[in-house]
Design a protein around this ligand. Structure first.
Ligand code: TRP
Ligand code: ZN
Length: 676
């Protein structure tokens, strides 16, 4: 209790226009008949928060949002955003008023069920008082008109370490991404993952810019110097995962082998920037990102083996060229990545694995409260370890051992109670690495068969919903038939280094003793590549380490990979994946990576795993509430999307393999196809 939401700082152009509309800030109940529904005397204001232990004001009580229709226009030249948010919700109590979370921008008008409503504001809360009370169980529609310059959040992640998040102004547009709470800076929202909704984005921007959001692009239309884009995200989504990106992007639309609708966007500038600042001949960020993105279908197949079917109807990724973007985020269906992850193919692939794993752990199954963050980061990090094992870069056991043996009990790393880390340590590096170790400890305890059953059951039964750590523990106990309180107490709820017992202890000791030079080198590079070394500042989000350091690591990794590739020549296939000079050996290693880890094999035969061959083509459905008159008038006559240049039938028909994808490159950009 008592934790403040992160400080909201003003963006570079002086922040939210201080030009509040008359009545804004003082409008509650203004001119409103207080007819609160006739009869029931129990019409009360909705709570200003959903009751999150860490962030009491996040989200609101008394209603449940079904859909957000966000009509937004944004011009980077002025940084101004003009929005109309149509929020379709259902009352869960008799409401005399209700709150939305909204920070910065100026409210111009609010209507509830078509009638003007009153409102008042604090820094974070927008209280809406409808003309009539809203009866429990009834649907209601709120339309908020607003505008201004969206502010950028400065998230304090450690002493002297602050990152930009939320509405991030770039040189040629904007990125919207961050957590735990960023949506309130660009639309009025019930801003907590417990209230998921579907989204429709109708976004207008200067015609020379691309607009990339979650879900599927259904139409775009040019009008004068502007262009309006219609993006639809039909699956329930936590508000912090909603994203719209403005800027110059090379885009690629295609289907994976499984028929999944994909849309990738890379800033063309990334293709002229060497990933190693000391080596002008090194691969560019763009080339490396392009190569990792081309493996998304393969990565999704890999993750589907452990987690069950990919939970959404679309996929893809976004990389903007913005030096101050210091993180990656699992924005639903279309993660956003700092370019600094793409300093080597293994690093790039690994972060793509991480963000795609979040699509199950974090997005489809979202946190019920932020204190359950282990359910997101522990599993996304563990997915990276499983992937590394698949790639021959060290087993999950070795990753566990390296940290268990490498981080002394006195290191503050072990003092973080990752099952309830507190808001300040929400994204501490321990949440990631001790988190993944906890996942591994569970796997050792229950065995592979039950372990993967647990993961599969979790992601399947809670798909589209939320979860808590106690619920996960109960499920693990039910499936394994074991009493797991002790295990989870030690790994999640104790602020000291767990003492290993039995086989696990023997294993760790053996690993420590056999510390050959080779293993030590590998542990060091894993440590650097994964941004944690004992003694280094524990900042999880600093996954975007300096390009220089990673470039050095990537040199070491490259020789390891080359050696491995040489051993696998029997399975070598040519690869067309765009690779920089020097990464050819790695490309060969990738395309030959058909071996499966031994631990995987039992699960591969699991019949509950969905066949990957057929995936229903997602229907281009806009939810009924989204088919408002205004949307229709704009888009009913819109042309179907022009086929993107370089997009041939085989791509659209999903018979392509990752290696067949045209690479994104400014010279043969697939974007800007509708300029004619
Ligand atoms: N969840 C993100 C990831 O693991 C990283 C992250 C942690 C983050 N805290 C953040 C991103 C704050 C943006 C803002 O990929
Ligand atoms: Zn993560």
């Amino acid at each position: 209790m008592g934790h403040e939401h992160p400080s909201w700082a003003h963006g570079r152009r002086g922040g939210a226009g201080g030009d509040d509309a008359p009545g804004d800030g003082a409008g509650a109940g203004r001119g409103v008949d207080r007819d609160v529904g006739g009869g029931g005397g129990d019409f009360r204001p909705g709570a200003p928060g959903v009751g999150d232990d860490y962030f009491p004001l996040y989200g609101n009580g008394g209603y449940d949002v079904k859909h957000y229709l966000l009509k937004v226009s944004y011009d980077p030249a002025t940084d101004r955003l003009v929005g109309v948010a149509t929020i379709s919700a259902r009352a869960t109590q008799n409401l005399s008023s209700f709150n939305l979370d909204f920070v910065g921008l100026t409210v111009r008008s609010i209507k509830v069920n078509g009638r003007s409503a009153g409102w008042s504001r604090t820094e974070h809360e927008l209280t809406v008082t409808p003309r009539h009370g809203l009866r429990k169980g009834r649907k209601f529609t709120t339309v908020v008109r607003y505008d201004g310059v969206p502010i950028t959040q400065q998230l304090v992640l450690g002493p002297g370490f602050t990152i930009e998040a939320g509405f991030i102004h770039t040189d040629d547009g904007a990125i919207i991404a961050g957590q735990p709470e960023v949506a309130a800076s660009w639309f009025p929202v019930n801003d907590h993952p417990i209230d998921k909704a579907s989204y429709t984005f109708v976004v207008t921007a200067p015609a020379d810019l691309e607009v990339v959001a979650n879900g599927r692009l259904l139409a775009r239309k040019r009008h004068g110097g502007k262009r309006t884009w219609l993006w639809n995200a039909p699956e329930p989504m936590a508000s912090y995962l909603a994203t719209v990106n403005f800027g110059q992007f090379d885009t690629r639309r295609y289907r994976t082998d499984d028929g999944l609708w994909m849309y990738d966007a890379l800033d063309p500038d990334l293709f002229s920037e060497p990933s190693d600042p000391e080596d002008p001949a090194s691969a560019t960020f763009g080339e490396i990102a392009d190569g990792s993105f081309a493996r998304q279908g393969e990565i999704l197949d890999f993750l589907e083996r452990w987690f069950g079917r990919y939970p959404f109807s679309t996929g893809g990724g976004i990389v903007d060229d913005y030096d101050n973007l210091q993180f990656a985020l699992e924005t639903q269906t279309r993660p956003i990545y700092s370019k600094f992850f793409f300093t080597s193919p293994p690093s790039g692939d690994s972060v793509v694995v991480h963000e795609l794993a979040h699509q199950w752990f974090g997005d489809s199954v979202a946190l019920a409260e932020w204190k359950h963050i282990w359910l997101n980061e522990g599993f996304a990090q563990y997915a990276e370890w499983m992937w590394a094992e698949e790639e021959g870069l060290g087993t999950a056991q070795e990753q566990f051992d390296a940290r268990y043996n490498g981080i002394p009990a006195t290191d503050p790393f072990w003092s973080v109670v990752i099952g309830d880390p507190g808001p300040e340590l929400l994204f501490d590096i321990a949440v990631y690495f001790r988190g993944a170790m906890a996942v591994h400890a569970l796997r050792q305890q229950v065995g592979d068969r039950d372990f993967f059953r647990i993961l599969h059951a979790w992601t399947t039964r809670r798909a589209g919903g939320n979860g808590t750590i106690p619920q996960f523990i109960r499920l693990a106990e039910r499936i394994s038939g074991q009493q797991l309180d002790d295990l989870f107490d030690v790994w999640l709820f104790t602020g000291s280094k767990p003492v290993l017992e039995g086989a696990a202890a023997a294993q760790a000791t053996a690993a420590a003793r056999s510390g050959s030079a080779l293993e030590q080198a590998r542990a060091r590079s894993a440590c650097a590549a994964e941004r944690y070394c004992p003694g280094r500042s524990p900042l999880a989000v600093r996954r975007a380490v300096s390009a220089t350091r990673l470039a050095r690591v990537s040199g070491r990794l490259a020789s390891t990979i080359r050696a491995r590739a040489a051993r696998r020549t029997d399975r070598e296939k040519p690869s067309q994946v765009s690779r920089a000079p020097g990464w050819a050996a790695n490309a060969a290693a990738r395309s030959s990576g058909t071996t499966r880890s031994s631990t995987a094999s039992s699960f591969v035969q699991d019949p509950s795993r969905l066949a990957s061959s057929t995936r229903a083509s997602p229907a281009s459905v806009i939810r009924p509430s989204a088919r408002s008159r205004s949307t229709r008038s704009l888009f009913d006559r819109a042309q179907p999307l022009p086929r993107l240049r370089g997009e041939n039938r085989s791509m659209v028909r999903s018979s392509s393999s990752p290696a067949d994808l045209p690479s994104i490159h400014p010279k043969h950009s697939a974007s800007r196809t509708d300029s004619s």
